[in-house]
Design a binder for this molecule. Structure first.
Ligand SMILES: [Zn+2]
Length: 154
């Protein structure tokens, strides 16, 4: 299995799962990454196919948060270990990638936005859905691929 980190020299700043936001328990449906070097480029984690028209992709569309702070989203249908997944790369500056483009691991998808309106700083948010369109915990998939998916210990 050939895979690539979603950013260079990645650091996980927020893991998948429940977290407390100012006393409120909320569910974080993906993993937040930044690059240790400050490089904001975002890369495809695996071979896949770009789904530019996410409104036409039922498994994906219901999970794309349309709030202003989401920025742009690139959706990619990945095949990893002969299973199909949908990855949402969220908080990008732009999404001018051709629909249906086949991409290899490490293909540059764009950059994550350097401005963010949320409480957390600029980052890539990566959500992964299974073939049925259910959000899954990406941690085992990423760790198996050598991609760090746990919070960095300072
Ligand atoms: Zn996030």
């Amino acid at each position: 299995m050939s895979m690539h980190t979603p950013v260079l020299d990645p650091v996980v700043t927020a893991p998948y799962g429940f977290r407390s936001d100012s006393g409120q328990k909320t569910f974080h449906n993906g993993i937040n990454f930044i690059s240790r070097s400050g490089d904001t480029r975002v890369f495809s984690i695996a071979r896949g196919r770009v789904i530019q028209d996410i409104d036409q992709c039922t498994p994906v569309m219901s999970h794309v948060q349309r709030s202003p702070w989401s920025g742009n989203v690139v959706a990619i249908e990945h095949e990893i270990d002969e299973r199909r997944y949908y990855a949402l790369y969220i908080h990008l500056l732009s999404t001018d990638i051709p629909d249906n483009l086949t991409v290899q691991p490490g293909f540059e998808l764009g950059r994550y936005a350097e401005q963010s309106a949320g409480m957390v700083g600029p980052h890539l948010h990566l959500t992964i859905l299974n073939e049925q369109g259910d959000v899954i915990d990406p941690t085992p998939l990423l760790v198996k691929s050598g991609i760090p998916a746990h919070p960095a210990v300072a």
